[in-house]
Design a protein around this ligand. Sequence first.
Ligand code: NIG
Ligand code: FE
Length: 410
Amino acid sequence: MTTLLINIKELIQVRDHSIKKVSGNEMKILPTIKNAFLLLKDDRIVDFGPMNELSVSADETVDCTGKMILPAWCDSHTHIVYAGNREQEFVDRINGLSYEEIANNGGGILNSAKKLQETSEEELYKQSSVRLEEVMKQGTGAVEIKSGYGLTVDAELKMLRVIKKLRENYNLPIKATFLGAHAFPSEYKNNKEGYINLIINEMLPKIASENLAEFIDAFCETGYFSVEDTDRILSAGKQYGLTPKVHVNQFTTIGGVQVSVKHDALSVDHLEVMNADDIETLKGSETMPVALPSCSYFLSIPYTPARDIINAGLPLALATDFNPGSTPSGNMNFVVATACIKMKMTPEEAINAATINGAYAMNLSDEVGSITKGKKANFIITKEILSYGAIPYNFGSILIDSVFINGKAI
Ligand code: NIG
Ligand code: FE
């Protein structure tokens, strides 16, 4: 089955196969072809170019006059498998409590863990698939999903099995991350060693034997997992073949970047608080820094210093962090707009960060993240817009006409 998309006003993020990520000044450049065609065969991109070079026909033709095409968003950091919501904590914060105070009173991650433990696998799947379908309609064409709201052997496995089932039933690439080290359950409050041993000796072997995760994560933060805890957990994960992708520097800089880079982490995520040494450490690595601006927006915490990161010659990816506590939104269009408005990224930088660099942060840059021959035909057709800058400029609007996953409109 071949599909030909013609009269595309602008084909955005056209890249060669050799480009896996873009860094520093390269992020300012977004390669495009104006008045273009795009040819698909089954689930793949097989050709593209300017309309005046078009010489083939196809089984199906789609006229895109006035519309643009860009790769589907690559959301490399989410927690979309969760039970219920935390609307009450949202109201508590409006009324003056801090995110930290709520967590210290047994709310926060432990509140979500309690709800998830009480929810059946079927119900959890149902709630999560609604969220996944929503973000796909908003243009997400590849997604990473973490565990970490289980915090018991059974509940962590339940979360990871739900992620596996989502992967089986939806045809976008889905990557699973084991985040047993998200918070200490209250019964381990005075026995942190005991919980880390549970992660290493009970959870990890089961997850590895069922092949339920590709990545390992830890919330390396004051009051959560220390640098030493993170070091142990990442080392153990690596012994089971899991690559680190780590929550660091959300509230404090304690050495999370350094321990993650030491373990060749694929990404370090959050980075709202960074010092000069954090940036220097990243310079000598292949680790992708990932910013989560919707989290900063929702919690009113600092935004990741994107300019310092990019001006240092580093790459940067953007993701949603979709979760019930700090970011109950999986809208990548909003993430791109907020990165421009609040982090002073240009539209070109933000689109690069949300596509090719997001793909890198999931180990998917050979499959998605750019318009490249041989990659998956996962892309967004925009409404009729004047320029791609409208995507961040018209923040709050979703300028999507349709989304293609594996060569088919969803
Ligand atoms: O990435 N920071 C750690 N974990 C999640 C939020 C956890 C929660 O509040 O449920 C995050 O923001
Ligand atoms: Fe997160």
